[in-house]
Design a protein around this ligand. Structure first.
Ligand code: PHE
Length: 339
């Protein structure tokens, strides 16, 4: 090695120190130059091979290099320790941008909001009730006979003889009628609980939306049908039809099951409507006089209808969700589809 090469190495080492981005990188440089097997000790070892006339100059320059290395290392070391940015890796413009997860409304909340908005335009306001109910509100006042199978411990979560997790949103009807005189026009979204074993279409915890309209002027089954037909068109699209099939509920008489014509195949028959052209959406009927008596209304003076529908069911039909469990697993790959 000659003086020129030594000068070049000196300059190169100082430049590397200046460019070190992290304390760890700086330490690597220190080891490379000053470590036991480093370049500076190697240069010192070569001193004896340098021609005698050049040796003093070479020795001086090597010493100057050592001092410069020490000084540069400590200066750079302090700079890196002082600045937090110095510890961060250099900005890599080739890295892909960060993905920001945007929030999305849960399909169940979406359906509740939409149904609430539609009925809001028809004059229905939202009423609320607790998940823990009394036997009276959930069953007795709703004219459900004491021996009715839905009251069985195999179907209902009971806390004791009186308290239970409500099996339907219908008890909110009772609460509202006990506290308000007609006209009453409410919609009540909420959670319900049943001892169902979970599978693709069942869950022990579902949401229902109840509707109740009671007035002192005549209200008929035709009003119920017109109300639900308006709702069907708003919810599923303009061409959707509504049909009633006779049914039984303890708290309505007559009672019907409500089908919407299938909005996917226009009623021609498809997988979603099981080739029938119709999709079952709600239970409904004219409020039974016995319910009015339980809440202190005069059955001779009031008229009204009620309906109830399952929110998860509507969400599944509306968004093509094949398995109800998707709605409860909180898998972001599923939920962010609704962003
Ligand atoms: N509560 C009924 C159910 O859970 C639905 C319903 C509500 C039927 C109101 C008629 C009137 O099946």
């Amino acid at each position: 090695m000659n003086l020129e090469e030594l000068a070049a190495l000196h300059a190169k080492s100082l430049a590397e120190i200046e460019q070190a981005e992290t304390p760890a990188a700086l330490e690597q440089i220190r080891i490379r130059y000053l470590g036991r097997n480093g370049l500076l000790p190697a240069v010192m070892k070569q001193l004896k091979d340098v021609p005698a006339d050049e040796r003093p100059a070479f020795g001086r320059q090597a010493n100057a290099w050592r001092q410069a290395l020490d000084a540069a290392l400590s200066t750079r070391g302090e700079a890196l320790a002082d600045s937090p940015a110095g510890t961060a890796p250099a900005f890599d413009s080739s890295l892909p941008g960060r993905w920001f997860a945007t929030g999305a409304q849960h399909p169940v909340s979406r359906v509740i909001d939409e149904v609430t908005r539609i009925f809001g335009r028809l004059g229905f306001t939202v009423a609320d009730g607790p998940d823990i109910e009394t036997r009276f509100n959930n069953f007795t006042a709703l004219n459900t006979a004491a021996h009715h199978p839905s009251m069985d411990a195999a179907d209902t979560f009971w806390f004791d003889d009186d308290l239970l997790l409500r099996t339907q949103t219908s008890p909110v009807q009772i609460r509202v009628m006990l506290n308000h005189q007609p006209p009453v026009r409410i919609i009540t979204p909420g959670r319900c609980y049943r001892r169902d074993t979970t599978d693709a279409t069942h869950s022990a915890n579902i949401h229902q939306i109840e509707g109740l309209y009671v007035d002192t002027r005549p209200v008929s089954l035709a009003d119920l049908k017109a109300t639900l037909a308006t709702f069907a068109r708003e919810m599923m699209g303009p061409g959707v039809g509504v049909r009633f099939r006779p049914h039984f509920f303890p708290f309505t008489e007559p009672s019907v099951e409500v089908d919407f014509s299938c909005h996917l195949c226009d009623g021609k028959g498809c997988r979603v409507c099981k080739q029938s052209g119709w999709i079952e959406i709600a239970g409904a009927g004219m409020v039974d006089p016995r319910v009015y008596r339980h809440v202190g209304y005069d059955p001779e003076k009031v008229y009204g209808f009620a309906f109830g529908m399952g929110v998860e069911r509507i969400a599944m039909i509306r968004y093509g969700i094949a398995d109800i469990r998707h709605l409860y697993e909180n898998d972001l790959r599923f939920l962010t589809q609704f962003a």
